[in-house]
Design a protein around this ligand. Sequence first.
Ligand code: SF4
Length: 146
Amino acid sequence: MILVSACLCGQRCRYDGKTKENKALMSRLGQQAILPVCPEELGGLPTPRPACRLVGGDGADVLAGRARLVDETGADRTAAFLKGAHRTLELARSHGVRRCFLKAKSPSCGSKQLALQGVLPEGYRPVLGVTAALLLANGFPVEEIP
Ligand code: SF4
């Protein structure tokens, strides 16, 4: 089973209610079984929702209790992001996920993998999100999709 950020699969789950469907990725994955997951919706956040940003560190720092997530209205959304990350990890384990393809630039799904590989697509901003940090810390291979 392949875990994929749901917005890359065509689901309208982004903060702005839009999708980031990636037909090239879908075609690359072909007939492989896909598990579409949106950690922010799994954490209980609505769609659309105010955009959130990391404050005080990255996703690994959030997991360690050293940073948090704040939305455009100033509300603290850390608990929802942590809930979504842990629910995603549970799903990955229970579905026997072998690889993850996660959307870049997201405070949930960004994984900095492109930056680590020295690949810097136009408009790319390296962000390590909470869910990506948790999946990586638990040994799941993550590929970052711009
Ligand atoms: S990047 Fe991740 S959290 Fe954001 S909309 Fe896509 S699947 Fe959901």
